[in-house]
Design a protein around this ligand. Sequence first.
Ligand SMILES: CC(C)(COP(=O)(O)OP(=O)(O)OC[C@H]1O[C@@H](n2cnc3c(N)ncnc32)[C@H](O)[C@@H]1OP(=O)(O)O)[C@@H](O)C(=O)NCCC(=O)NCCS
Length: 197
Amino acid sequence: MLCRLYTPQDFAALYAIEERCFEPLFRFGRRTMRQFVSRSNAATWLAEEDGELKGFAMVEWTEHKLRLCGGGPSPQGYKSGVPGSEPLPQGFKGGVPGDGSSLPGCKSRVTAYIQTIEVAPEARGRGVGRALLGHIENSALAAGAVRIRLHVDAENAGAIRLYEAQGYRCQGRQENYYPLSRAALIYLKRLDCGRES
Ligand SMILES: CC(C)(COP(=O)(O)OP(=O)(O)OC[C@H]1O[C@@H](n2cnc3c(N)ncnc32)[C@H](O)[C@@H]1OP(=O)(O)O)[C@@H](O)C(=O)NCCC(=O)NCCS
């Protein structure tokens, strides 16, 4: 199994995996998927076997400015839009985030968000999902992320097992997050070994 970063030539094969993993109602549309893979503040990793795509995973990261003192408003939280998607805060330019030192009284924190992780049915149960998860976590770390979050269908026992086995902890539940009124669980993993609160 070879893992590598996405290139634009991979789109058709990547979307074919999306179609095999999710029923139409639960799929990302092609346009949304194209947006995900082309964001500068994101990474898409692919898993290949004998030259054939067997799975992929997508992560993106966002820089938040944190006010250190002065009693101002707390950093804006995420809102969910497209299922599983995280709109970027206004003014975020993408790229590797800075340290926020240009703003007096502020520091920055980078949070990563897993858009999806998908493995072709015939390749499941062989560690492909776990390997892809490791690669997107490393991309998030390299971008300066201190924590990584995701939404997962509360009924998706396999994915939940994968995330929990890799150190993700459930932080909450969001009702009606997915179509058909399905609930999402929100999972989080610290990537910074407890250096920051
Ligand atoms: C969830 C998914 C990505 C897992 O990929 P995978 O390659 O089968 O996972 P791995 O083989 O790397 O499994 C790693 C661990 O996850 C857990 N796990 C994965 N699939 C599981 C399943 N169906 N049932 C129980 N545990 C499962 C196990 O703990 C496993 O560790 P183990 O092999 O030591 O027992 C895959 O099932 C998939 O693509 N599902 C459809 C798409 C989807 O729902 N994606 C999640 C979006 S949030």
